[in-house]
Write a protein that binds this ligand. Structure first.
Ligand code: ASP
Length: 439
């Protein structure tokens, strides 16, 4: 058994958190490769080291004195080193960082030091080898992640290394310059390392006990999801549920390696397993509910629309020309609606309307704004009867007017449009019917 373990920022924010991570790693021989984030928030209102680095570097390139800001960052690390009782000193590393900042080494380099330094501490604390991610994770000239070269180099390096710490979030361009992934990118590094190590499991340790059925800001204490497929997770993530970086599933998915989301502060909780597919029946008919506010709908009516070949294509070409992507496209015989992000649409609204008039000459057009979309996702819905019926009756009981319904062809999700102000009540009602009363 071989596991790759990634620890998020809040799991490594202080010496105390490092100790928890240390006991988790030491508890199982199989936890051989460790991917740390930079120290995150220790309490609400605290600043992540990554944000301190961005800020410090900005001061540096502004030609101002950044000594105090850099010192503050070093203090964060020194607190961890002292709290762990290590004899390590990062003085030389900080001198080098100071010099690189003065020479304008770049925002990416600056941000990456958070993970780099935390990796050095972690390796020292565990007695594991330190592998600089810049030596094993590669981006191509155009800034795209180079998965094949990375997998080749990293695999052969890990073959020769029994136990190692590989910092998350960054790699290097062909000329050796450091480049980071987008924010939260240590999740991607963990997945890349799991693929290269041919691991049996990628454990992603964070500060929640896995994915929850819905947003805890809306529903009190929602149930955790025991097991979820990559596809279900993607549907939920797209609609705003966030536990893992969007890109993090791809490297492990191609090798069929499951991801286990775990809680550093509650290591006995089993967390959530993310898998390619499973025979295991979900606990409830639905796996999760997620949603977003802030959509607008453009409703178009024209007599005999349905016999006009190319009508939808023409309408959509107007959105394309204006650089607006559409979310949903419910249609009737002589009507069609285009759902878009309100913020994207608002500034180009009149141009789009004029464009539609010109190209399809509709009889009537109407705009609706302040709509919310809710995705009810679940692999179990395909074989269950009456799921949609239950959703609709729950919403009717909650006195909510449904503005749109769209069931994806995969039957993995049902999307419902409601008014922004009904958003929270609608999610609560759907949660209650499936999870609380288990209908
Ligand atoms: N430290 C980086 C961030 O704050 C990357 C990560 O934590 O995954 O975005």
């Amino acid at each position: 058994m071989k596991k790759v373990v990634k620890f998020g920022g809040s799991s490594l924010a202080s010496a105390e958190q490092f100790q928890k991570a240390g006991s988790i790693i030491r508890a199982e021989e199989s936890r051989r490769y460790v991917v740390p984030s930079a120290p995150g928030k220790r309490f609400s209102g605290d600043t992540k080291v990554t944000d301190m680095l961005y800020d410090c570097y900005e001061t540096a390139i502004g030609g101002k004195n950044f000594d105090v800001k850099l010192k503050k960052i070093q203090e964060r690390y020194n607190e961890i080193i002292e709290g762990l009782g290590l004899t390590l000193s990062l003085d030389q590393e900080f001198e080098k960082i100071h010099e690189f900042f003065e020479n304008g080494a770049g925002t990416n380099y600056a941000a990456s030091r958070g993970e780099y330094l935390n990796g050095i501490i972690m390796a020292n604390y565990l007695g594991y080898e330190f592998i600089d991610a810049a030596e094993v994770i590669f981006f191509s000239e155009d800034g795209e992640f180079d998965s094949e070269k990375t997998n080749r180099v990293l695999s052969s390096r890990l073959d020769k290394t029994e136990r190692a710490v590989i910092p998350g979030f960054y790699g290097a361009l062909p000329n050796g310059t450091v480049k980071t992934f987008s924010r939260g990118g240590s999740d991607i590094t963990g997945s890349i390392v799991a693929r290269a190590a041919k691991a049996d499991l990628y454990e992603n340790w964070t500060d929640v006990s896995g994915c929850l059925v819905t947003d805890p800001h809306i529903v009190e204490n929602p149930k955790p999801i025991e097991i979820i497929t990559y596809r279900e997770l993607r549907e939920l993530a797209y609609m705003g549920a966030s536990v893992l970086h969007d890109e993090a599933i791809f490297p492990v998915r191609s090798e069929g390696i499951p991801i286990n989301i775990r809680n550093t502060n509650d290591p006995s909780a089993p967390g959530t397993m993310i898998v390619e597919s499973t025979c295991k029946k979900p606990e409830f008919t639905i796996t999760g509910i997620a949603g977003k506010k802030g959509f607008a709908a453009i409703n178009i009516e024209k007599d005999r629309m349905n016999s006009e070949v190319g009508f939808a294509r023409k309408v959509l070409s107007v959105f394309e020309e204006n650089g607006i992507s559409f979310e949903h496209l419910p249609s009737g015989i002589d009507t069609m609606s285009v759902f878009v992000h309100q913020s994207e649409f608002e500034e180009k609204e009149q141009k789009v309307l004029a464009g539609i008039h010109r190209i399809v000459d509709p009889d009537y057009m109407e705009l609706e704004s302040d709509l919310a979309l809710i995705a009810v996702v679940g692999r179990g819905m395909r074989s269950a009867r009456g799921t949609a019926g239950r959703i609709f009756s729950a919403l009717a009981h909650a006195d909510i007017n449904i503005r749109m319904i769209d069931q994806g062809s995969s039957e993995l999700n049902i999307i419902i449009g409601v008014n922004n102000e009904d958003f929270e009540t609608a999610i609560q009602a759907i949660y209650d019917i499936f999870v609380v009363t288990r209908l």
